[in-house]
Design a protein. Sequence first.
Length: 516
Amino acid sequence: MLLPKNVDVVAKLDSGNARLNELGYKQELKRDLSVLSSFALTFSIISVVTGITTMYNTGLNFGGPVSLVYGWLITGTMTMFVGLSMSEICSSYPTSGGLYYWSAKLAGPNWAPFASWVTGWFNVVGQWAVTTSVDYSLAEMIQVMILLATGGKNGGGYEASKYVVIALHAGILLTHAVLNSLSISWLSFFGKVAAAWNILGVFILMIIIPVVTPDRADAKFVFTHFNTDNGDGIHSKFYIFTLGLLISQYTILGYDASAHMSEETKNADKNGPKAIISSIGISIIVGLAYILGITFAVNNIPELLSEDNDAGGYVIAQILYQAFKSRYGNGVGGIVCLGIPAIAIYFAGMGSLTSNSRMLYAFSRDGAMPLSPLWHKVNKQEVPLNAVWLSAIIAFSMALPSLGSSVAFQAMVSIATIGLYISYALPIFFRVALARQSFTPGPFSLGRYGVFVGWTAILWVATISVLFSLPVSYPITDQTLNYTPVAVGGLALIIVSSWVLNARHWFKGPVNNIDL
């Protein structure tokens, strides 16, 4: 195998580095992540504790235990198809550009720039929305913890205003930006701690909750009860079940992080795919355990969902607080236990910003961002510092609509799921539809099953895109309308219009920065 000119000797020792040079890029980021580190960072971004804790209300409201348990298994299985397809492509193209680079190479020379542009912008905006939603959800949880610590809603507790919540969101983002300004070795360490925290935290809660919960649900309730009393005017069981899938799909998201950290991962053509697949697989197992542990503590769904309870309708907070209060006379232990998911959410936000900044770095390296030279600049510690802080600022800005309308904010956050999954599906589509014969797999290959797995993944993404766009309340008014299709459609219109009116004249897709 011939290597490009002026390639560092290290490239000959690291297969990911060598492949990066073959693709036309020089090594600029510090390649210091092991497969365990890459897995840990990605697993902490997926963070089943984060998604399930913040979205459990939705699952309990739409279908209850049946939607939560079986919806998790269905969604987890189908997500694995998406992850397997992405892993195969990642093995062939291990670059920080990840998905938009894949689209450029798989769409063919005529469509490469446009495919790259659309995929890249859906991915980067989706990642900004993920960072926004994760850190904002932590700010909301902190507000609930303060409420409970000061007596709860029924005990005169302090209810923070939306301005306090946005200030908490800003403070959390600030700390994440500072941490992401450190070298990748520090982020690797934090990622391992986060992965361990997610796993151990789930099992700690599974031990504590049954002990302190006086009236535990039985197995029949957990595995067979279907909640149709959602108070949103929806009566079709099938419709209710599909809406209940939202918690699972929102949770198992962000595993493209391993692809974006390819240029910082040792032997990324082998270890990147391993990190993607293992992070999804272990998330499915740990997430199911967490769902079961929490659901066995559910005894009165309407009461838990009521905004008049002590936690203001935050189900998991109410479960923990009420359990400790019933057994020990106060809910302090429940507030302390809430610290477990709170810390997991904090780590998820930190990792999300890491992945976000690496995507921004790569996209800027190819000239796709305004002021691109500024955002792909790296410091002495080989960290794209400017990209880190820009991502943090945008994540703060995307939360500002919450001050005016919770409906507008939720529509923006929905871009996180659909936007990212569209960016996942596009390179997979190009691989199975346009590059079926020309695709050259890397060390990880699905072989003859690659096309089948790819089409299955595409159909699933199309399905969930429809599900996330369905109305979740009837009758439909300006306050109950699901604005997701409007938000995602608006984003698509902006991306395509910017291409037609401007970018097509100067954006040529990924640009080599070494001589081949």
